[in-house]
Ligand binder design. Structure first.
Ligand SMILES: [Zn+2]
Length: 223
């Protein structure tokens, strides 16, 4: 006599082993799809925040330019994980140079020889020129950007020194002065920067002058 709990082909009614496998597979696949969707939504939200964050507008009004004043300014909320990174990656110096493509090789190779790759590099048009320009008439953000880079280099890489390399026939000097025939201007501006570095961070400073033929001469030392 056939059981009332069996189907016509003799298989028992209810949940079979195959059914359980299908249900488990369905749950796993649903979880994976949901996980992917959540990750995609989070990524989208992050990017949307990046693109819509309120970046302060650059202005030539000196009242709106805030120059960081010491080592602890503005970096108090730095991610603790980067502190761990700082303990394993150290740079000897932070180097400031000009964007001029004719001299990038000379600049980088010279610093590689001096510091064996242990240098951070900031590149701005005119190197120190607009960083020390107290009129903020030309590129007021350069000063803020440079000193914020010094701060983060101190925090992350424990730099021991700041170096700036000014150079012959600099286009940025022509923007400000109409020519670049006077080497002494570079020396004066490097000295200004050296004194700012000493006052703000109590770090020593070297100022170099790079000629178009690749020779580099130290013209300023502030300790
Ligand atoms: Zn230049």
């Amino acid at each position: 006599m056939r059981s009332s709990y069996s189907s016509k082909n003799g298989q028992p009614y209810g949940i079979s082993g195959n059914d359980i496998v299908y249900v488990v597979l369905f749950i796993v696949l649903t979880a994976v799809v949901l996980g992917i969707l959540i990750v995609l939504v989070l990524e989208y939200c992050n990017n949307a925040t990046l693109f819509t964050s309120n970046v302060p507008a650059i202005t030539s009004n000196s009242k709106d330019v805030t120059i960081p004043t010491n080592k602890s300014d503005t970096l108090s909320t730095i991610n603790p994980a980067t502190e761990l990174y700082a303990d394993t990656h150290k740079a000897t110096v932070l180097v400031l140079g000009c964007i001029d493509y004719r001299l990038i090789d000379y600049l980088v190779n010279n610093m590689m020889e001096r510091y064996d790759q242990h240098f951070d590099l900031v590149v701005l048009a005119g190197s120190e020129l607009f960083v020390v320009d107290s009129s903020y008439k030309y590129f007021p953000s350069f000063s803020v950007t440079f000193f914020e880079n010094v701060q983060i280099a101190i925090k992350l890489h424990h730099i021991q020194r700041v170096v700036a390399v000014s150079h012959e026939d600099c286009g940025a000097y022509k923007v400000k002065y109409g020519d670049d025939d006077d080497k002494q201007r570079h020396v004066d501006n490097l000295e200004l920067l050296g004194n700012m570095i000493k006052d703000k961070y109590t770090l020593p400073f070297d100022g170099h002058y790079l000629s178009l033929d690749g020779t580099m001469e130290q013209v300023v030392l502030v300790e």
